[in-house]
Ligand binder design. Structure first.
Ligand code: FAD
Length: 321
């Protein structure tokens, strides 16, 4: 009875959040003495056998290009079938956009208990207990999963990616996809070279930056640090930045390793989307700004003086003139 890990992919590559899910699933498999296997719907440019280095023994692939675009109904149908065929009793997803849309459907289809937003390995000594984030990351809950088949959706950036040696067996499955009830006619890629939800570093700007014409320094710093850019809600509402950059309670929730908030006050609704970041750096000219209470490092100063100095320092470190 293997543990089945769902592999989310985009632009021909398995997403970082799914690599975390693999390592998490592989660790559980080790903990309970089972095999860790993964399933990929669609095609990618990478060698799937190489994923064995992350701890899985087998990858099932349905190499149909029509599956390269997520359709949660079709995916759910196929994953239910594969779960039954493999007799998996635990399915692991990354709790990203794909996981959030497919895991709940699969849970209903299989009558499986689901915990979304898991942040730690399950406790399996008596029952099956999983720790998860609740109240926008302000508290934790322990959830007991009591059904024969269980589903865990792991919060991105909650489990480290570890890489060793090993090759996975790749098995091609020829399942006919269910006829899609929804057809994607066009897709427009959002701006930004690095997807916000996948970024290790995020440079974010708020109303303190005064206007869209001042985002040049934010973009320059982001580029130097290989970071994604984000913003507060009023900034997106004022069309200074696109809405896909808006983070917070009503925007995207992120958990990068480093979140740099520049000219953002730190309202509770903003914090709800960024407080799972590993390290928070706040730059604000008001020493009383609430964001400083949530910050690991704070710089009290004018963004228009501090950010150019940071750019200069990073360039110096990287030997760029
Ligand atoms: C239901 C609801 C949902 C919401 N959802 C979200 C959400 O998802 N995301 C979100 O962000 N907000 C959300 N909000 C809005 C939120 O309450 C705040 O109004 C918003 O986050 C404030 O944005 P800000 O910090 O950019 O602007 P401000 O509150 O205006 O703060 C600007 C900050 O910049 C500082 N500053 C000014 N000039 C400089 C300078 N030169 N250098 C350095 N610092 C400077 C100021 O000291 C100040 O702290 C929501 C509100 C509601 C009611």
């Amino acid at each position: 009875m293997p543990i089945l890990i769902f592999l989310d992919h985009a632009d021909g590559q398995v997403k970082k959040a799914s690599l975390e899910a693999i390592c998490y699933g592989a660790k559980i498999a080790e903990q309970i003495g089972q095999q860790a296997e993964a399933v990929l719907l669609g095609t990618v440019d990478q060698d799937l056998a190489a994923l064995g280095a992350y701890g899985i023994q087998k990858v099932y692939q349905v190499p149909d290009e029509q599956l390269n675009h997520l359709d949660s109904q079709v995916y759910c149908h196929m994953l239910a079938e594969i779960t039954k065929q493999t007799e998996a009793k635990l399915v692991v997803f990354a709790n990203n956009l794909s996981g959030k849309s497919v895991a709940p459907r699969l849970s209903v289809r299989l009558g499986a208990a689901l915990v979304s937003g898991a942040v730690a390995l399950p406790i399996t000594s008596s029952g099956f207990l999983v720790k998860k984030n609740v109240f926008s990351g302000k508290a934790f809950a322990m959830v007991s999963l009591n059904t024969p088949i269980k589903i865990i959706a792991l919060n991105p950036n909650s489990f480290p990616i570890t890489h060793g040696e090993g090759k996975a067996e790749v098995k091609t499955l020829t399942l006919a996809p269910e006829i899609a009830r929804v057809k994607v006619l066009t897709q427009t890629k959002s701006s930004g070279e690095i997807p916000l939800t996948e970024a290790e570093i995020v440079i974010s700007g708020g109303r303190g930056l005064k206007g869209p014409e001042n985002w040049g320094m934010i973009e320059e710093l982001a580029k130097l640090l290989h970071a994604a850019t984000a913003c507060s809600r009023p900034v997106a509402d004022a069309h200074w930045r696109p809405h896909n950059e808006h983070v917070g309670q009503t925007g995207i929730a992120i958990a990068p390793n480093l979140y740099v908030a520049i000219g953002i006050s730190g309202a509770i609704q903003h914090l709800a989307g960024v407080n799972r970041s590993k390290v928070i750096v706040v730059i604000n000219k008001d020493p009383e700004a609430p964001f400083f209470k949530a910050a690991d490092y704070g710089i009290v100063g004018d963004a228009f003086e501090v950010v150019p100095k940071m750019i200069e320092a990073v360039k110096k470190l990287k030997g760029i003139s």
